[in-house]
Design a protein around this ligand. Structure first.
Ligand code: UDP
Ligand code: MG
Length: 331
């Protein structure tokens, strides 16, 4: 595991300390079919919030659930003034749900957290402590991913390697969306205009004073994950294409290299014909070259397509999400 930055009391002086007195905390919880976890989620959140002694708002975004999550949330919001509910008009995906939450959050500290308790709410106390010391972003680092399948661990590892070798704003490996952000950082995020919300990348891009806190990621308490491997693939591509143009530019180099190889081969062939005479066999090598060239071109086209598709998405400028219902926002 990558070492997490250390922090000490003297950092408070260096960074400029804050006080949690009269500050507010916004929790942002995207939810897609999370009915089975709601009871334990709110129980754990309640305990954490009362221990922290800050005023809190709990923003739940129902991302098109079909299992009665919204009904349960409505009932809770009526009984608990801290709970606010935004119901999206359909399933827009976690990134859009998070954006919807960030757009309405009013707290001095904003914490996106998963509904399934894989992001332990108890860690928020530590986050707030570091925020008081002056850090603008405190992110959770998953020290132990044993709760994920090996395939997910491996694909995640490859993704971070590829992403960080291409992007100018690297993502600390094994971080997720679970973090505490200062209001300044939230305002900065809200100014980013892109439709394609690869949150982890955007979080890294904004900068500010960031620090990691290691934690062990437990398994989901109940319900099931909404991610499919195909979605993770789309997600990884979104991340890379929105933070790097290296896959586009690399084709110039591949093309030049291929051209150099082809020139050398042509030269060798000409010399060979001149020296040895005409040579009839060669069908196999010819086919290899033709097929290889064809494959390289197809990949290059595919990559162009990935970027053009995303340009098209951005140009259309559609809203990231549509809200069908808001509960608890009477202002
Ligand atoms: N989620 C969402 N919309 C989706 C998929 C997921 O709002 O389309 C929420 C989900 O309810 C949970 C969080 O995003 O609160 C993380 O999802 P999940 O636990 O399924 O992902 P994993 O932990 O397996 O990465
Ligand atoms: Mg989960």
């Amino acid at each position: 595991m990558k070492a997490v930055e250390t922090h000490s009391q003297t950092d408070a002086v260096k960074l400029g300390a804050r006080s949690r007195v009269r500050r507010t905390l916004s929790l942002i919880i995207p939810m897609h079919n999370e009915a089975p976890v709601l009871a334990s989620l709110f129980e754990r959140l309640d305990a954490v919030i009362s221990e922290l002694g800050v005023a809190a708002e709990i923003i739940c975004i129902d991302d098109g659930s079909r299992d009665g999550t919204l009904e349960l949330l409505r009932a809770r919001a009526l009984a608990d003034p801290r709970i606010r509910v935004i119901a999206l008009s359909r399933n827009f995906g976690k990134e859009a749900a998070l954006t919807a939450g960030i757009d309405v959050a009013t707290g001095d500290m904003v914490v996106p957290i998963d509904a399934d308790l894989q992001d332990p709410p108890e860690l928020i106390g530590e986050f707030v402590g570091l925020w008081e010391q002056g850090y603008d972003v405190v992110y959770g680092v998953r020290a132990d991913r044993r709760s994920d399948t090996w395939l997910k661990q491996m694909t995640a590892g490859v993704f971070y390697g590829v992403f960080n070798s291409m992007s100018a704003s690297p993502i600390p490996p094994s971080t997720g969306d679970f973090r505490l952000m200062d209001r300044q950082v939230v305002e900065a995020l809200k100014r980013l205009p892109e439709r394609n919300r690869f949150m982890k990348g955007l979080f890294a891009w904004v900068g500010f004073r960031q620090v990691g806190v290691a934690y062990t990621r437990p398994a989901r308490v109940a319900g099931e994950t909404s991610w499919r491997y195909f979605q993770l693939w789309r997600f990884a591509l979104d991340g890379i294409t929105s933070f790097s143009t290296a896959p586009l530019r690399v084709w110039t180099i591949v093309g030049l290299a291929a051209a150099a190889v082809a020139m050398t081969a042509a030269l060798a062939l000409i010399i060979r014909v001149l020296v040895v005479g005409r040579d009839v066999p060669g069908y196999a090598s010819l086919m290899v070259v033709v097929l290889f060239g064809f494959a390289v071109q197809m990949i290059a086209f595919g990559i162009l397509g990935e970027y053009i598709g995303r340009l098209y998405e951005e140009v259309k400028g559609r809203p990231l999400y549509l809200v069908r219902e808001r509960v608890g926002f009477e202002t």
